[in-house]
Design a protein around this ligand. Structure first.
Ligand code: KG4
Ligand code: ZN
Length: 350
C-alpha cells in the first residue's frame, strides 16, 4: 500500500509542501514526451485552470511521422511561450503553486529533456518542489479531471506506444493485467493508415475515413494471445495482404471499408478484453485513456458498458491525446513520482 500524501520540499528554502487526495494543491505541469509541447495549471487534481498545447503536427507531416531530433528542437522553441500562456490564462501567481511537475518518461529522450529541464528551472526560480511524472500513469489520471472518479477501476490504456489493461486498486497502486506483445494500438492505427495512403497523424485520419465504410466488409482474424494480452502485428499484415489482393484486381481500393473493418476488429478486441477483466475482478468502474481513447468507435464501445451496469469514464478529447493537464492531475493523485535531481530519472520511468 503506498502513501497517498506526498511530502515535498522546495529546492532553495526547503519549505515543506504536501500533495495528494483531499489536500489543497496547485500544480504547474509540463509535457513534452513526443510531439506536443504542453503546459497546464491544475487545482486539486481535478480542476484545470489552463491547458495550453502547441502541436508539431504540421512539421512532422512533411516526414510522415515524428522525427525525434526535429521534435526536440521544436519543444525548445515552444516551451517558454506555452508556460507563459498557461500561467497567464490560469490567473495565478507562482507563489501560489504547490509544485512544478513534468513528464520524465517514457518518451523521446531529447524531447523529455526539454520539458523536464524547463520544469526544474521553474522549480528553482519559484522555489517550489519538482515532481517527475510517468506519462502512462498520467494518461490514466486524465480521468480524474472534472469527475469524482475514485479507485478501484479497470483502465484500458491505449496510446501510440502502449496498450495495457490495468487494475487500479488505489491512487498509486495498480497491476498491469495484460499488454500488447508487439504493436501498440495507436501504432497499428498509424501503420494501417499509412498502408491506405493517409497522411500523418494516421490514427485520427483513419478514424474519419472509417466513418464512411462498412465494418462488416472484411473479416480480419483476431490474434490468440494471453487472456488480457494483445497482438496487432498480424492484423496489420492481414490488412496489407488484403490491400495487395484488391490492388491486383485493378479496381479502385475500397479504403473506407478496409478502414471501417480494421477499426471494428481492433476496437472489439480492446473492448471485449477490458470487459472480461472487469468481470473477472468484479470491478464495476471502467476508464479509457491514451491517444487512441480519442477514437470514436472505442469510445462508443466502452460507453456501451453502461448498458451492462458499469460506471464508465472517458476523458474529453483534449485530455486523451498528449496534454499537460493529465500531468498535473497525476502529480496530485499519484505518489509514485520522482522528486529530486539526477539523470536516473529516465531509467526509473521506463
Ligand atoms: O497518447 P498519445 O497522444 O501519444 C502517446 O503517448 O503515444 O497517442 C498517440 C496515438 C497515435 O498513434 C495516434 O494515431 C492515436 O493515438 N490516435 C488515434 C486517434 N487519435 C489519436 N487513433 C485512432 N483514432 C483516433 N481518433
Ligand atoms: Zn501519450
Amino acid at each position: 500500500m503506498s502513501e497517498k500524501i506526498k511530502t515535498l520540499y522546495s529546492p532553495l528554502s526547503e519549505t515543506k509542501y504536501e500533495l495528494g487526495p483531499d489536500k489543497d494543491g496547485l500544480v504547474l505541469a509540463l509535457e513534452s514526451s513526443c510531439d506536443e509541447t504542453a503546459c497546464a495549471v491544475v487545482k486539486n487534481g481535478r480542476e484545470v485552470l489552463s491547458n495550453i498545447v502547441a502541436s508539431q503536427i504540421k512539421t512532422h507531416q512533411e516526414f510522415g511521422g515524428v522525427v525525434p531530433e526535429v521534435a526536440a528542437r521544436e519543444h525548445l522553441e515552444a516551451v517558454n511561450e506555452v508556460i507563459a500562456k498557461a500561467l497567464e490564462e490560469a490567473k495565478i501567481k507562482p507563489a501560489e503553486l504547490t509544485a512544478v511537475a513534468s513528464t520524465v518518461g517514457p518518451g523521446l529522450v531529447g524531447s523529455l529533456l526539454v520539458g523536464m529541464n524547463a520544469a526544474k528551472a521553474l522549480s528553482i526560480a519559484f522555489d517550489k518542489p519538482f515532481v517527475g511524472i510517468n506519462h502512462l500513469h498520467a494518461h490514466v489520471c486524465a480521468n480524474y479531471i472534472d469527475t469524482g472518479l475514485e479507485p478501484p477501476f479497470i483502465a484500458l490504456l491505449v496510446s501510440g506506444g502502449h496498450t495495457q489493461i490495468i487494475k487500479v486498486t488505489d491512487y498509486s497502486d495498480s497491476e498491469i493485467l495484460g499488454e500488447t506483445i508487439d504493436d501498440a494500438a495507436g501504432e497499428a492505427f498509424d501503420k494501417v493508415a499509412r498502408l491506405l495512403g493517409l497522411p500523418y497523424p494516421g490514427g485520427p485520419n483513419l478514424d474519419k475515413l472509417a466513418d464512411n465504410g462498412n465494418p462488416e466488409a472484411f473479416h480480419f482474424t483476431k490474434a490468440k494471445v494471453g487472456e488480457f494480452d494483445f497482438s496487432f502485428s498480424g492484423l496489420k499484415t492481414a490488412v496489407l495482404m488484403q490491400i495487395k489482393k484488391l490492388n491486383a484486381t485493378g479496381k479502385k481500393l475500397p479504403a473506407e471499408d478496409i478502414a471501417a473493418s480494421f477499426r471494428e476488429n481492433i476496437t472489439s478486441v480492446l473492448a471485449q478484453k477490458t470487459k472480461n477483466a472487469a468481470e473477472k475482478f468484479g470491478i464495476k468502474t471502467v476508464v479509457l485513456a491514451g491517444g487512441v481513447a480519442a477514437n470514436s468507435e472505442i469510445r462508443r464501445k466502452i460507453k456501451d458498458f453502461e448498458n451492462d451496469g458499469y460506471r464508465v469514464y472517458i476523458p474529453q478529447m483534449k485530455y486523451c491525446t498528449d496534454n499537460a493537464a493529465m500531468i498535473g492531475a497525476c502529480a496530485y493523485f499519484h505518489s509514485d513520482v520522482y522528486t529530486s535531481e539526477g539523470q536516473e530519472v529516465f531509467s526509473r520511468a521506463e
